[in-house]
Design a protein around this ligand. Structure first.
Ligand SMILES: Nc1nc2c(ncn2[C@@H]2O[C@H](COP(=O)(O)OP(=O)(O)OP(=O)(O)O)[C@@H](O)[C@H]2O)c(=O)[nH]1
Ligand SMILES: [Mg+2]
Length: 195
């Protein structure tokens, strides 16, 4: 794993880099651990504001999955919020990210910060996949419906993958999706002229 703070250097880019965005405590780091089936890979915490750097995880020796600090952590000081915002902005505008996994809590209507994040990624035309986290917290029969409802509330086409880092629900579906994203990255790379 490679980490970068404000002004820190990123590792050399690979053709495929997928990053995870979402509000603080939504389960970004836990999702990485569940995907990799390694609880110790990314640091997680019950209190928001755990991830404070841009952390690059090399998966399958093939692509980067990037853990980012969450937004909207009201208890952080103004200075901290500003520095996390800058970290996020610098990373997202670096042109490295090929696809964003945007995480929203399956139980709650998206916040103003979520709406802002979503507008930002649409504005910059960054491809994305919506994931509704903590699906284990609601009844199984409601999960698909609630996940899709959250997507619709964001202003997106009504589809989000219900996901639980606790039970592993949605892991296979998300891995499939990541496989497709990876192939897209490799195909796009082929289409580019040689440097
Ligand atoms: N029940 C349940 N709890 C979860 C799930 N995913 C994460 N959590 C819990 O939610 C809390 C926050 O998880 P993190 O993965 O650290 O969240 P984060 O989005 O990385 O947070 P920041 O780094 O602060 O932005 C932890 O207590 C996790 O155990 C889930 O799918 N189900
Ligand atoms: Mg985190």
């Amino acid at each position: 794993m490679t980490s970068a703070g404000i002004g820190g250097e990123y590792p050399s880019a690979l053709p495929c880099e997928i990053a995870i965005v979402g509000k603080s405590n939504v389960g970004k780091s836990s999702l990485i651990n569940r995907l990799a089936n390694n609880q110790k890979l990314a640091k997680t915490s019950a209190s928001p504001g755990k991830t404070r750097l841009v952390n690059f995880f090399l998966l399958n020796k093939a692509f980067y999955l990037v853990d980012l600090p969450g937004y909207g952590f009201a208890k952080a000081s103004k200075a901290e919020q500003k520095s996390w915002g800058e970290l996020l902005e610098r990373y997202l505008s670096s042109g490295r990210v090929k696809h964003l996994l945007m995480l929203i809590d399956i139980r709650h209507t998206p916040t103003q910060d979520d709406l802002q994040m979503f507008r930002y990624l649409i504005y910059y035309g960054i491809p994305y996949t919506l994931i509704a986290t903590k699906s284990d917290k609601i009844a199984k029969s409601k999960r698909r419906q609630e996940a899709n409802k959250r997507a619709k509330e964001l202003g997106a086409p009504p589809f989000a993958i219900p996901f639980s880092s606790e039970t592993g629900e949605g892991r296979a579906e998300l891995l499939d999706r990541i496989g497709q994203i990876y192939l897209d990255c490799m195909n796009t790379k082929k289409d580019l002229p040689e440097e």
